[in-house]
Design a protein around this ligand. Structure first.
Ligand code: FMN
Length: 192
């Protein structure tokens, strides 16, 4: 199986973020062919097109980090039935300057967790809409709406509930298959 590098975004800036815990768990459950690395978003200023002529270092680093990975994974909470402003801000930075959208043809997947029963479902639909506009081929299935329960993920990122662990492992295996299919249709570095 072909190996790929996946950059993951954690949509929450909170110190005790449950989505960060989920992201760590996913890196541990991913198949060996997926090399996982975080793409940080916490140091970005608020985007304005005034910066387009001269991006600040943190925003250049963001775009370089996305360019360096084969695919991106969004692990995000739902805030007010959408995605957190910090994540939207990062996407706005990455999508610009006009004509230099970092997400074009970059395969993506979305997942998230919240204490509520719908497990970020509405926020994920907003994110899917944004990623569609950003021309990112998205994994449609498996969908993953994870209701977080205390103790579900241990301090070192182990998923303690067997059925959830199996599901998350299969989610990452499916993402590997999806990335492979995208690049089979359009090889990396293959132009248009
Ligand atoms: C500003 C704000 C808005 C929220 N809106 C939602 C929401 O729309 N749906 C939901 O399920 N939980 C909502 N929550 C609760 C979050 O799911 C919960 O705080 C969760 O821990 C956030 O994930 P995080 O710890 O990774 O930041 C909201 C929390 C905050 C702080």
């Amino acid at each position: 199986m072909t190996a790929y590098t996946v950059g993951y975004f954690v949509g929450s800036l909170a110190r005790e973020s449950i989505n960060r815990k989920l992201a760590v768990a996913l890196t541990r459950l991913a198949p060996a062919e997926l090399r996982m690395r975080e793409i940080p978003i916490g140091d970005l200023p608020l985007y304005s097109y005034d910066y387009d002529a001269d991006y600040p270092p943190s925003a250049r680093a963001l775009k370089d980090a996305i360019a360096a990975v084969d695919a991106v994974l969004f692990v995000t909470p739902e805030y007010n039935r959408s995605i957190p402003g910090a994540l939207k801000n990062a996407i706005d930075w990455a999508s610009r300057p006009y004509g230099q959208n970092s997400f074009t043809r970059k395969p993506s997947a979305v997942i998230g967790t919240s204490p509520g029963k719908i497990g970020t479902a509405v926020g994920q639909q907003h994110l899917r809409s944004i990623l569609s506009f950003c021309n990112s081929p998205q994994m449609n299935a498996i969908e993953a709406y994870i209701q977080f329960e205390p103790g579900m993920i241990s301090a070192n990122g182990d998923v303690t509930v067997a059925s959830t662990r199996d599901f998350l492992r299969s989610y990452m295996a499916e993402f590997h298959g999806f990335i492979t299919r995208v690049y089979t249709a359009l090889p990396r570095g293959g132009g248009a």
